[in-house]
Design a protein around this ligand. Structure first.
Ligand code: ARG
Length: 431
């Protein structure tokens, strides 16, 4: 059976050219097909609501779509050649099982709005998943910040020893970072939560399609009103989603960098449970932090996906086949990004600080700033105090925990305000 829906007498289908046009689309569409099935069901109900399908026709389409969905979910139906794409596969299946009723499903729709709605539903689920993972990271980070308030950790600038910091300050920084990321992901979910189904090929159809029904049935926050905007938003929304994911992955990249330094023998501040490390095929002595490195590297895939989508968008309005490539970018970027974020909460929960190594890396020079500020607080002009505190003869061993307790500027170790962050987290959890 040829999956080409638009086959007409007199038009030859060249296998090489068809293969070029389909590219890896059939395989990629495995990611999206269940969303296409869901949207097809909503579309069938919409057609029933305006009298294009009768009750029985609609019911048999819905039942068949449900069966197809179960077949896909359980691996009995595999999207593959000879179909051009998932849209063709779904329609072919409905026609094969239901005959003329199956041939009615495509009334008033186009693959152009089908691919939009399926990829948007897919994206919405993934953004929500990314947000939930960020909130889980925040939860772990806040819990550990609370517990590790008095655990000194050297603070660096330029990778040079700077001031005493704490494990809690490290955690609090990432807690707030991932809170912002979760918020951005949520805002982006809202931004893209608009129903493009019913825009057809991009210019509507001469039927009063029940777009409000499909909007509600698919759980969209709003209708994407202008049929012409639906196509303009393809790629634009994908780009926004990748940017939101990218900001979480950027924070993850910096966190992973810290851990790859902190687990090296030179620092040895952190030890990771063995399951997060791998051995070397040659060097019997090695345990390598591969997981952390792959987490760091995942940003590259998100960034690449962003650039690919952005480049595809150099287009006039309306549908263009170029946009098909945006699906590959999405699957790759979200695949890598979510896989990396998915392992993060567990890794953070389990990482162990090596406290004596952290303490040993704190040297008297790291109290020079404390001294300068103390002198300034007791009346000496700061610039004079600074000069005095710069003198190594004035540096002495101190109690790092006392230094942390005295760091009372809001947001620093002595006044972390974890409650403020916890309240933000709580509010986001409530929805
Ligand atoms: N695979 C196509 C895509 O992703 C589906 C839409 C095809 N539409 C068309 N007019 N050829 O864009």
């Amino acid at each position: 059976m040829s999956g080409v829906l638009w086959a007409k007498p007199g038009i030859d289908i060249d296998a090489d050219i068809q293969r070029f046009c389909a590219g890896d689309d059939v395989v990629l569409d495995r990611e999206f097909i269940r969303y296409d099935i869901r949207a097809s069901a909503a579309h069938a109900e919409g057609l029933r609501n305006i009298g294009v399908l009768d009750e029985r026709e609609c019911a048999s389409l819905l039942a068949e779509l449900e069966r197809l969905d179960a077949d896909v979910a359980e691996g009995r139906f595999l999207l593959d050649a000879p179909f051009e794409d998932m849209h063709s596969a779904i329609e072919a299946r409905l026609i094969e099982r239901l005959g003329d009723v199956g041939k009615k499903i495509h009334t008033g729709r186009s693959r152009n709005d089908q691919v939009l709605v399926a990829s948007r539903l897919w994206l919405r689920d993934r953004l929500r998943h990314a947000e939930a993972l960020c909130l889980e990271v925040v939860e772990v980070a806040l819990l550990r910040a609370e517990r590790e308030q008095h655990l000194p950790l050297p603070g660096y600038t330029h990778l040079q020893r700077a001031m005493v910091s704490s494990a809690a300050m490290w955690w609090a920084g990432f807690a707030e970072a991932f809170l912002d990321d979760a918020e951005r992901l949520r805002a982006t979910t809202r931004w893209i939560d608009a129903n493009p189904l019913g825009s057809a090929a991009g210019y509507g159809v001469n039927l009063p399609l029940d777009r409000d029904h499909t909007t509600a049935a698919l759980g969209f926050g709003r209708l994407q009103v202008a049929a012409t905007y639906a196509q303009l938003s393809r790629g634009k929304f994908e780009l926004a989603a990748l940017e939101a994911l990218g900001s979480a992955l950027l924070d993850l990249r910096r966190l992973a960098w810290d851990l790859s330094l902190f687990t090296s023998a030179e620092f040895r501040f952190v030890s990771l449970p063995a399951k997060y490390t791998t051995g070397s095929s040659l060097m019997p002595n090695k345990r390598n932090p591969d997981v952390v490195e792959l987490m760091r590297g995942a940003y590259a895939s998100v960034a690449a996906a962003k650039i690919e989508v952005e480049q595809l968008l150099s287009l006039p309005s309306g549908y263009h086949r170029d946009l098909q490539f945006s699906k590959g970018a999405l699957v790759h970027g979200f695949g890598r990004g979510l896989a990396a974020l998915g392992l993060l909460p567990g890794l953070l929960r389990e990482l162990l600080w090596i406290e004596d190594r952290m303490r040993a890396a704190i040297e008297p020079s790291m109290y020079a700033t404390d001294l300068a500020v103390e002198l300034a607080a007791s009346g000496q002009p700061f610039r004079d105090a600074y000069r005095e505190a710069a003198n190594p003869a004035r540096w002495a061993e101190r109690d790092p925990q006392a230094s942390l307790r005295a760091r009372t500027s809001p947001g620093a170790a002595g006044d972390l305000q974890l409650g403020v962050l916890a309240a933000r987290w709580e509010a986001m959890k409530q929805g």
